[in-house]
Design a protein around this ligand. Structure first.
Ligand code: AMP
Length: 275
């Protein structure tokens, strides 16, 4: 496995590779959720590239850019069957502040984008750069970041980017907690409290499975989260999984939520079928 720390090193490392490349992009502090993406990429690709980069452009002022867990050595030890790890320095990724920017459009202004207004522009900027550097046949992303996944699919479609976007289901702890690098911020008590998110989504899904309407599904999920101890809700909505606009009638929707447990902001989502 080659570890490239600049775009130039990455390009060199890719030169001898024959066949197609599968790409997995991460911010590191790897857990089983990330590794499920790597596994999926390995199954369908001749070669696999994993990027590990805490992208400053996707963090807003006052967010956890500095505190975000970083453990390149530990991460590399968890990776198996990966040809190249791309772990660039900030200076090599952004030798100057980029002048040409990706505009992620209206979906980037709602839900996650409402609380984190510059987040998705930063995500799409780095995703576009890494796609251009790696030129993968396909890239794997987690359903955990559902709005991000939808925006990446939109970018690829709107800009005719020559690769396939694949998604992998959310990996959860046996408790139901969605795995996240940010779970390392949680105390034992907060980890218990954080179960309120997945439990609220599951409560909504039970209503939908029993034939409940969109409004009933959402109301029960919100009620559950509102009563969960130690949780401050940012949003809980039922949306169309592609447009992320409110789902009112029937169809497949996503219950999406973000909430703070202490000072840690967590997200989760669950697919529900209405009607
Ligand atoms: P991150 O390191 O948080 O930027 O995540 C890198 C990739 O891993 C993204 O495509 C995420 O959606 C995905 N991912 C993160 N957590 C999970 C999880 N629990 N299950 C599946 N995929 C995940």
């Amino acid at each position: 496995m080659i570890i490239a720390t600049t775009p130039a090193q990455l390009v060199e490392a890719l030169k001898p590779l024959q066949g197609d490349i599968g790409l997995v992009m991460t911010m590191g502090a790897l857990h089983e959720g990330h590794l499920s993406l790597v596994e999926a990429a390995r199954r369908e690709s001749d070669h696999v590239v994993v990027s590990i980069y805490v992208n400053p452009l996707q963090f807003g002022p006052g967010e956890d850019f500095e505190a975000y867990p970083r453990d390149l050595e530990g991460d590399v030890a968890k990776l198996d069957g990966v040809d190249v790890v791309f772990a660039p320095t900030d200076e090599s990724m952004y030798p100057r502040t980029p002048l040409v920017r990706i505009d992620p459009g209206p979906v980037a202004t709602i839900l996650e984008g409402k609380t984190r207004p510059t987040h998705f522009a930063g995500v799409l900027q780095v995703v576009h750069k890494v796609f251009n550097l790696v030129r993968p046949r396909a890239a794997w992303f987690g359903q955990k970041d559902a709005q991000q996944l939808a925006l990446i699919r939109t970018m690829v479609a709107d800009l005719n980017m020559p690769l396939e976007i694949k998604s992998v289901p959310i990996k959860r702890e046996s408790s139901g907690l969605a795995m996240s690098s940010r779970n390392s911020y949680l105390s034992d008590v907060e980890k218990e409290q954080a179960l309120g998110l997945s439990q609220a989504l599951a409560a909504g899904k039970r209503v939908a499975d029993a034939g409940g309407s969109a409004a009933q599904t959402l109301a029960v999920a919100r009620e559950s989260l509102a009563h969960a101890p130690g949780i401050k809700v940012d949003y809980l909505e039922l949306v169309d999984r592609d447009t992320f606009t409110q789902l009112n009638g029937s169809g497949t929707g996503l219950l999406v939520t973000a909430a703070w447990v202490g000072t840690t902001r967590l997200i989760d989502n669950l697919e529900v079928a209405i009607g």
